[in-house]
Design a protein around this ligand. Sequence first.
Ligand SMILES: C[S@@+](CC[C@H](N)C(=O)[O-])C[C@H]1O[C@@H](n2cnc3c(N)ncnc32)[C@H](O)[C@@H]1O
Length: 428
Amino acid sequence: MDDPAFAVETDLTTQSLLLAAANHDIPALRNLLRNSSANVQDRETGFTPLHAAIAACEPDEPSQPAAQVNGHTNGETNGASGGESEERKQELEAAVKTTRLLFENGAIWNDLDSNGETPGCIARRLGLSELYELCVDAGVRAELLLSRLDEYQPLGEEASDEDDEEDEIPEGYEDKEIPEDEDDDYVYDFDGRTEPEGDASTRNPNYLTSTLTFDRNRILDDSANGVMMEWETKLMRRSAELLTPTEGLRVLNVGHGMGIIDGIFQERNPKSHHIIEAHPDVLKRMKDQGWYEKPGVVVHEGRWQDIVPRLIEKGEMFDAVYFDTFAEEYKALREFFTESVIGLLDPAGGSNKDGGKFGFFNGMGADQQVCYDVYNKIVEIDLFEAGFDTEWETVPVPDLDAQGGWEGVRRKYWVLDRYKLPTCSFIS
Ligand SMILES: C[S@@+](CC[C@H](N)C(=O)[O-])C[C@H]1O[C@@H](n2cnc3c(N)ncnc32)[C@H](O)[C@@H]1O
């Protein structure tokens, strides 16, 4: 049974930490952090000391407009206008110091308060750009470290059978059920369209055995997860244009979905056009729509994890490679670009005079701006480590809610007004 005296003491410590953080009282905070963690949360508001430190910068007078951060900056730092008072400047400096101290003491960048906001979300809402960037950078550090630890295997320790089986899918996709509680190793492991944590329906083996519904403007799986939606056409078109600037190229697309990007690649008269697709319902639809008979089109039935090694063995090379699967972890995308693209993409680019190009659907963390910014930095770092330069283009996204786009969809996988479109080529 819980010890009530202990509970009171814990609560007192939490309140003291929150108060010291909100007051940007560094000496008091330092003192408290000697014996307690920076990761406490107020039971009612869900505030952590980080939330408190940042929220305390909300100006008293609502007349002061919040400067937009992240791509919308108006040149001001930390949401303070050029004519800000000395007092305000000092307050913001103190908030920056407090935030740094909390991160140095292990504060978690993405805890949610009871409004569903991370500390970064609050900083963004209040236009506090320096505080926002501190949150993003802390997120990048934390997630990179976690992903590296995830890869870490002590010397001499063999990979266990369990590890080997983790992503395996038995012949014919018979393995239907994966209990949710096995789903415990998410770090930043989601492809964007799927649930970041704990939803077994969005794991690749379960998805591949689910029945799909094809509407005019979307594909849903049998748990009403949005597999692909028509609003993404603009993004697909722009990627196809950047990947295939001329006709007559050799193209590989991983994940057919609604066939949007494949349709656009076809308009660009590729010399050859390979498509890898794993879902039996999508494959059936491709047959019905005549994809197998199109000149130059080669459909590979199965998961890319099984197909790509065969393509590489056969020495197939491409001028453009696009990757957009579903219900796969970020790890899968990273594995694709670190291990597969190098064997598939022609560095000379064949007839693509600028060299082979690689693109992918960039939707990780797109249900929160701060997460999107963190994951964009992470993917850029990972791409660079894998030998790619990435060019980003910002594409505006319309208000999908206003268009009723999410009706009947289990979870909005996109809430942002801008998409960052990546086009990668080998570092020269
Ligand atoms: C989001 S859709 C692709 C949409 C496509 N870019 C378009 O323009 O319509 C993802 C596709 O990847 C397929 N897929 C999922 N996992 C896969 C895997 N491991 N290997 C190959 N295809 C996979 C899905 O069945 C689905 O058709």
